[in-house]
Structures are given as C-alpha cells and as structure tokens.
Design a protein. Structure first.
Length: 347
C-alpha cells in the first residue's frame, strides 16, 4: 500500500476504532488535568536524554563496536562507522557525506585517535545540519501577524497532537493562537482538535465533517485577523482518496489563505513520525513535491531507535527541523537544538 493509502472496508472499520481511541486518548488527558488519575499524562516532563534513549543506546553500541580494540581511525574503522551510521537510520547519502568529511579530517590531521572520534563526528554532523538551515534562532517570525502555520503530513504521524502541544506552549508564552480544523476528511479529526483547543485554552474555527477544507482555512485566517491573533495553525488531512487530491487540496488551502494574508502560509510544517525510520524519507519526498515544505517536526522519537532519521531527512531535503516530539505530554514537544540533539546522541 502506498503511503497515502487506499482503504478497503476492513481497513476503514479498523480506522474507525482507532479514531474513537484517539478521541478517548485526548479526553483521558483532559480528565487527567481535571485531577483524575491517568497514567499516560502523569509525571515529569521528558528530558531529551530520556526521550532519545533508545536511539542513543543503539548508536553508542554500534560505534563502540566499530572502534573496539582500535586506537587510530583507519579505513577499517571508517567502514565500520559507515555501517553503524547507516543502520542507525541516518540514511545512505547522509552517511556518505559524514564519512567523506571524516576522511578529509583523517587526511588532514594524519593521526586521528578513536578517542577523538565522537567529538569530531559531532562537529561534522553539526556542520551538516547547519548547511541544511538549522540555525539556532527563534522558530517563528512573530512580526508577521497573524503568523500562519499549515501542518501537513501522512495520517497518524502526530499532526493534531503536535498542533495541540504547540498551541499550548505558544499560549503559555502569551501568544494569541487560533486553530483551524481543516482535516474535514476523517470523522473524529475535528473532535480531536476541539479537545486540544480546550486543553490549550485557545480558539478554534471549524465546520462540519466533509466541508471544504480550504473554506475552513479561509475562515480561520480571517478570524485570526479580526481577533488580532498572533498565530493561526491549520490542521490538514493526512490522507485523501488519492495523492493527486491531496496535492490539489494543499495548493487550494494555500491559495485561499493568501486572499486574506498575501504571504501566507509563513510556515508549512511537515510532521514526520520518527519511529517509521526510512519511510519518513519517502514521506518527505512526496510532500516536498506536493507543497513548499519550510520546516520539519519529527515525532515519536521516544520509544524508537530510529532517531537518526532527523539528521538524514534534514540533510537530504535541506529543510530545517524545528521541533521534535519525545513523548505524549504537552511539554514533550521540544524546539530542535542541533547541538543538544547531537550531543545527546553521540556523547
Ligand atoms: N510517544 C509519542 N506519541 C506521540 C507523539 N506525537 C504524537 N503521538 C501519538 O501519535 C498518535 C497519532 O497522533 P495524531 O496527532 O492523531 O496524528 P495525526 O497525524 O493528526 O493523524 P490523522 O489525523 O489520522 O492524520 C496519538 O496517539 C499521539 O498521542 C510523540 O512525540 N511521542
Ligand atoms: Mg489529525
């Protein structure tokens, strides 16, 4: 099945059950906030080290094997590092970029000890992410008012959840946020976003299921202007009847929003599920064809050893990563800081 999926009846039934579960999940979290005990939403905010634990352990393990018994970085070590990086879901091309950089370092420094390897790997990967536009600045330009964000991505990757977390965090920072429920394709999608809007304490613009997504997006941007909001975030459908429809719809949503705010959307945020590893590359490829993706959010990095995709996708598509999701709590959506991220994985 293609990544945009064609669904038979059976799959649809399974989807319905999943939808119901999603709304239940969101409700559970809401209940938790009202003081009832719910396991998922409890506890401390996840630290970066904790969230990336599985990827870190996997990379550490593989790199340790690559240099075991070796004091100098030679061709054999480089080969083993290459293998280690590829099997950490960084991707073949990005791994080759990294290896070429290491080779250049080895040639230049003549004697490169394996003890220095981690530091040098970190430096080179940081450089690579720099080149992909991951400079450490404010994620959004709030001088544009309203700042229009359109969230796109395949179904189930965490679009709505990421929007909810982002809305809550922005609201906490004192921003006025409006959500637009432009996923009118899936039955429970609007309800799910409504729950998030209540949870975050922000306004939402919606119509009933099946209505025109572009019309919802238009209303949302219009309402943001009227209410003098700082940010408007548009949720979009992850799947339509086919890929062409999806591309056309994203274009239509864009065009319609521009009637209200001529340079909208200011950000097209592609959400990718980090736990799907290499499949994330395919998704990035499809969506960059369909629309001008300006930034990435990589979710579900907790509980996966495939976190290397963050580096690979950003490098391959030259798109900055702005957020990473490392858990289900509101605080578990983190601004991506390349230095912190790399250090957490390699040190
Ligand atoms: N562990 C973990 N789960 C996450 C993270 N982000 C999202 N999820 C979960 O992923 C599931 C799907 O998230 P949604 O936000 O509904 O995904 P979506 O892309 O909006 O899906 P559709 O509306 O069907 O296209 C939910 O159960 C979320 O709780 C994360 O960073 N970590
Ligand atoms: Mg959704």
């Amino acid at each position: 099945m293609g990544i945009f999926g064609k669904f038979g009846k059976k799959a649809k039934d399974a989807e319905k059950v999943k939808d119901a579960e999603k709304v239940k999940d969101a409700e559970k979290v809401k209940d938790a906030e009202k003081g009832k005990k719910v396991k998922d939403a409890e506890g401390e905010e996840t630290s970066l080290d904790e969230g990336l634990k599985k990827t870190k352990m996997s990379i550490f393990d593989k790199l340790s094997h690559a240099i075991v018994g070796k004091s100098v970085v030679d061709d054999e070590v480089l080969d083993s590092i290459e293998e280690a990086l590829i099997s950490s879901d960084i991707g073949v091309e990005t791994t080759q970029n990294i290896i070429e950089r290491l080779e250049a370092r080895v040639a230049r420094d003549k004697y490169l000890s394996t003890e220095e390897l981690n530091r040098i790997l970190c430096e080179e990967i940081e450089d690579l992410l720099d080149a992909a536009g991951n400079s450490h600045v404010e994620p959004f330009d709030f001088s544009k008012k309203p700042y229009v964000i359109m969230a796109v991505g395949v179904n189930g990757v965490g679009k709505t959840t990421t929007i909810g977390k982002l809305a809550a965090q922005l609201k906490n920072e004192g921003k006025k946020v409006i959500l637009g429920a432009a996923d009118t394709f899936r039955a429970a999608a609007v309800d799910q976003l409504v729950i998030w809007s209540e949870r975050a304490g922000v306004d939402i613009v919606k119509q009933e299921m099946g209505s025109d997504p572009a019309s919802v997006a238009y209303d949302a941007v219009k309402s943001a202007v009227a209410k003098n909001a700082d940010v408007v975030i548009i949720d979009t459908a992850g799947r339509l009847h086919n890929k062409v429809n999806l591309m056309n719809e994203l274009t239509k949503i864009r065009n319609v929003m521009r009637k209200v705010v001529p340079d909208a959307p200011h950000e097209v945020l592609l959400i990718i599920d980090g736990s799907t590893g290499q499949n994330g590359f395919l998704q990035a490829k499809e969506f960059t064809k369909a629309t001008d993706v300006t930034a990435l959010a990589v979710t579900k990095l907790d509980g996966t050893a495939k976190g290397g995709v963050v580096i690979g996708i950003s490098d391959q598509f030259h798109i900055p990563v702005k957020f990473i999701g490392i858990g289900e709590k509101i605080e578990d959506l983190k601004l991506f800081d390349k230095k912190e991220f790399i250090e957490s994985l390699f040190k």
